[in-house]
Design a protein around this ligand. Sequence first.
Ligand SMILES: [Zn+2]
Ligand SMILES: [Zn+2]
Length: 274
Amino acid sequence: MFTDSHCHLENKRFDVDRADVFSRARESGVTTLLAIGNGDGPGTGTLDCAIRLAHQHDGVYATVGVHPHEAALAKQDDFDEIERLSKSPKVIGWGEIGLDYYYDHSPRDVQQQVFLHQMDLARSAKLPIIIHCRPSDESENAWDDVLRLIREQWASSGLGGVLHCFTGSVDHARAALDLGFMLSFAGNITFPKLQNIRDAAAMAPMDRMFIETDAPYLAPVPHRGRRNEPAFVVEVARQIGELRGLSGDEIGRQTSENFRRFFHLPMAAAQPAE
Ligand SMILES: [Zn+2]
Ligand SMILES: [Zn+2]
């Protein structure tokens, strides 16, 4: 049993075979998915994309939020819409939100304002936040700002959150764990050069981890370079299992349990839902 804690299933790259993608996930034992609801960003009519998928499929939950890439596009109407959408019963988190200083698609000060504003909205909605954090090359700038803003503006909410696609150092992982966050590991944990991610996954307490695909991006070895999909989350589990002397199935079971506990979902039945 596996849980993909982060995927973008509304993405156009799944338009040709979305139903098959869902059945391959089920066949691989991936019973629970968190669909991330950024869509194509504000003003595109797609901010409810994850909710629509969650209504169509059992075992699929949803988030809402504005990605840092599109922070500069967000207007008051968009925040009002997201706030309304956040009340939908299958919405369990607010995200992905955060800071991306690698692409800088939105100015950094605007990214920070929009991040802070969404922390306020998530706090009112009583939803944990899903964080995207990417520093510029050879820098820890986005980590410094994300962790500082969480410490100052979010930690006191007690709602916690998830560092999705964790790519930081062991020190960043420790700081995030201290702030009550879960670490979610993605397919890049299988990439030979990214030993820092494996070090963090070997260090983190077993009950503080999720696994994800971030599909359609970042397919794990041996699918690297292809479109990613939720069925491939088993490769992330396998890699973490190798690091910790456990089977991939055991990692899948444990991270699924973590997911249900963290998001206050009923513990899953042994059989995948239809
Ligand atoms: Zn992300
Ligand atoms: Zn993502």
